[in-house]
Design a protein around this ligand. Structure first.
Ligand code: PMP
Length: 295
């Protein structure tokens, strides 16, 4: 925090700090070789994440007191100090100091997480029932969804709470035009007739690092990717649907509004993508090793 490795219990600020005006990143480091084992860690998509962090700061007018290299050092030092040998989540946070907008607090918390990827992981095939939210995704003429600011998550929390209240696991947002946007904390991809389809950046989505990587690697599996608007009915008519994101990894979705996708769950293309992604994260695909930064 602010340049020092300290115990989490000592990472304290005043309750008067405007943390709600802050921005953050969600990044993961995975175990080399097999994401379900223990060992050496590599950070996935560091360059894309740190670039987005700086872009978010710029959009929201926040000062960034550290360089990208200093932040990487902080990530490595924090992971080393914790002695992590399993998959680790990293969430750099930046917010303006109370009464001193020209300076920011920067903290880099890290913690372990359970992946749903990896061979025979039982979490992968769990049922996940989604609904189309009655809340629309916030749009760039009000709050830019492309900046990863805490404020945007108030919109996500409304949709998620509504979904849980209605007996669902999570929600899919439509954008203000009525086209499919994203979920509450991850982007959405659908499969129709062997093609993977995902909404464009102009559909009020976060410019997801994972989505960018998926668009690049999915054609290796023989499935073309189309980036275009998806209507609500087209979503219902999909053969498969899944989330993609740092947190969401590659999460299969069973149904939306109780309309089930295809006749196999998880879908065959979703499963192939998740297996390939898991290999990429573990550093087993030479072509994409440049997405990994050793800790
Ligand atoms: N959309 C939203 C709203 C998110 O919170 C996230 C998670 N950061 C994503 C998409 C996925 O983005 P990324 O792949 O960069 O994690």
């Amino acid at each position: 925090m602010n340049g020092k490795v300290i115990p989490t219990g000592e990472a304290l600020v005043s309750a008067m700090e405007p943390i709600y005006l802050g921005i953050f990143e969600g990044i993961k480091a995975y175990v080399e070789g097999d994401v379900l084992s223990e060992g050496k860690l590599n950070v996935f998509g560091w360059k894309q994440h740190v670039d987005r962090l700086f872009r978010s700061a710029e959009v929201d007018g926040l000062a960034m007191p550290y360089s990208k290299e200093e932040l990487m050092r902080a990530v490595k030092d924090t992971i080393k100090a914790n002695g992590y040998k399993r998959n680790t989540y990293i969430q750099p946070r930046v917010w303006p100091k109370a009464g001193r907008q020209e300076d920011s607090h920067v903290v880099v918390p890290t913690w372990g997480f359970e992946t749903l990827l990896g061979r025979d992981n039982p979490l992968f095939g769990e049922e996940r029932r989604f609904m189309v939210s009655s809340w629309r995704r916030l749009s760039s003429d009000a709050l830019p969804p492309q900046a990863k600011s805490w404020a945007n998550y108030a919109n996500s929390a409304l949709a998620r709470r509504e979904a849980v209240r209605c007996g669902y696991d999570n929600a899919v947002f439509l954008d203000r035009r009525g086209f499919v946007s994203e979920s509450t904390g991850a982007c959405l991809m659908t499969v129709r007739d062997g093609k993977v389809i995902t909404p464009p950046v102009t559909a009020s989505i976060l410019e997801s690092v994972t989505r960018g990587c998926f668009i690049e690697f999915i054609p290796d599996l023989g499935a073309p990717v189309e980036v275009r608007d998806i209507t609500r009915v087209e979503l219902y008519a999909s053969d498969e649907a899944f989330l993609c994101g740092t947190g969401g990894e590659c999460t299969p979705i069973t149904s939306v509004d109780d309309i089930k996708f295809g006749d196999q769950y998880p879908g065959p293309i979703t499963t192939k993508i998740a297996e390939y992604y898991s290999d990429i994260l573990a550093g087993n695909v030479a072509k994409y090793r440049h997405w990994l930064t050793p800790v």
